[in-house]
Design a protein around this ligand. Structure first.
Ligand code: GLU
Length: 456
């Protein structure tokens, strides 16, 4: 964790040690019969901090999963939640598996068995520990986990709140799938509202026309890229994927590249761009904004000094290593840190969890009232002016007050306020020279507050 942030906070002895490490980790091995043979799977669930309950964080499926990574990501979850004022402690889980090697039926049996192991030890519970999707998992795995929990506790009215990121028809929330990418968009929009930060990073104007290199067209990268392109007018000049990169200075259609990727398994052969086999070299391409939205550890001490982007927007968890961060800052690059920028997922998970506890969809109480108020306002304007309203104004006044719009509104509010807090600290504190340190100090201060005031 960021030692410099701890130095700035000057916490009493012991508190730093408490926050630096995970409170508990459960390591489990279990066998599942696959194609006539028993295979042993290894998984982890780490709780970083119970200063707020439940603890929260995704479960990833990856052949590279290991305990050290799970613990680091659990700590990052505590920080993320604190930065954007989502009242959860941090947790993370992982199963060491390459999901591409198994059928859907096998994955269901493996997931349900993993869930049983975690439920048995209270590492999945609506009030204590609530997983969500992460790399290699999606709403499908969350549905299996929720159903396993519900089967074990049929009379628990909060059973479905044991996991978030569920399908909509299984008490999920509208907007959860797009949430992390949407949060990246809101975070970038907020950055571009701050003239001082734009000047420091050598950028000017708005997002329109900004040249973006995007790494990863998974759930986060796809939605972030699509929204920035379609709604903010940014130009996605390169997309880096597993098999290489596709480059087009005139801008790529994120939607079309994603379709090609799903059909062919890669970006090679996409009709409207030049394919580059060494995809990672495109991280270094000349552009305004680099959005690493794939794996951790993509910008390292090996390539950091060759990064051309003025702004690095960390959509993935930990895409820039500690050493690379120092090199980038020394080279005058601005970084919007992961612990803030990709907090959109857990924010909307919070909305889903509270929806499950209340058992009511968003907008049910206020929707008709708010929509009829808008109608009345339009009619009043017509009557007073004797004119028709311009169609775009009328349409915006008639924005439906439905769940997706309320979720987006709550997410935008969360991302904007989170950024304001980071920015205010960044400006006020002489010892803080970058947004990551500001975000760390902000988050650690909030977490430490609990340990200082509520520990017996
Ligand atoms: N896996 C996501 C993350 O890393 C979401 C976590 C959650 O919603 O609990 O932020």
């Amino acid at each position: 964790m960021c030692d410099h942030a701890f130095e700035l906070l000057d916490l009493p002895g012991g508190i730093q040690e408490q926050i630096k490490r995970c409170n508990s980790v459960y390591h489990v091995r279990f066998p599942v019969k696959i194609r006539g043979e028993y295979q042993v799977f290894e998984g982890w669930r780490a709780c970083h901090s119970e200063h707020k309950l439940p603890t929260k964080g995704g479960i990833r499926y990856s052949p590279h999963a290991n305990q050290e990574e799970v613990e680091a990501l659990a700590a990052l979850m505590s920080l993320k939640c604190a930065v954007v004022n989502v009242p959860f402690g941090g947790a993370k889980g992982a199963l060491r598996i390459d999901p591409r090697e198994y059928s859907v039926d096998e994955l269901e049996r493996i997931t349900r068995r993993f869930a049983l192991e975690l439920i048995d030890k209270n590492y999945i519970s609506p009030s204590l520990n609530v997983p969500a999707p992460d790399m290699g998992t999606s709403s499908r795995e969350m549905a299996w986990i929720a159903d396993t929990y519900k089967t074990l506790f049929p009379s628990d009215v909060n059973a479905l709140a044991c996991v978030t990121g569920k399908p909509l028809e299984m008490s999920g929330v509208d907007g959860r799938t797009e949430a992390t990418g949407r949060g990246v968009q809101f975070g970038l929009q907020e950055f571009f509202r701050h003239q001082d930060l734009l000047e420091e990073s050598g950028l000017y104007g708005g997002l329109t026309g900004k040249r973006i290199v995007l790494q990863g067209l998974g759930n986060v990268g796809f939605h972030a890229g699509k929204f920035l392109q379609e709604e903010d007018g940014a130009k996605i000049i390169a997309i880096i994927e597993r098999d290489g990169a596709i480059v087009n200075e005139n801008g790529l259609s994120v939607e079309q590249v994603a379709q090609h990727l799903h059909k062919s398994g890669g970006v090679r052969g996409f009709h409207d761009g030049t394919f580059v086999t060494d995809g990672k070299s495109i991280l270094e391409a000349d552009c305004d904004i680099l959005i690493p939205a794939a794996m951790e550890g993509q910008v390292t001490s090996d390539n950091a000094h060759r990064i051309h982007a003025k702004l690095i927007a960390e959509a993935a968890n930990g895409p820039v290593t500690y050493e690379a961060d120092a090199i980038l800052r020394a080279n005058g690059k601005t970084i919007i840190p992961d612990l803030y920028l990709n907090a959109g997922g857990v924010t909307v998970s919070y909305f889903e969890w509270t929806k499950n506890l209340s058992r009511m969809r968003y907008g049910r109480m206020a929707r008709r009232l708010m929509e009829s108020r808008a109608e009345q306002a339009i009619n009043a304007l017509r009557t007073i002016s004797g004119l028709e309203l311009p169609p775009e104004i009328e349409a915006s006044l008639q924005t439906p007050v439905n769940e997706i719009n309320l979720v987006r509104s709550g997410l935008e509010d969360t991302m904007r306020l989170g950024f304001e807090e980071i920015h205010a600290l960044f400006k006020a504190h002489d010892g803080i020279s970058d947004l990551r340190t500001a975000a760390y100090v902000l988050a650690l201060r909030k977490i430490a507050h609990y340990y200082l005031h509520y520990s017996i």
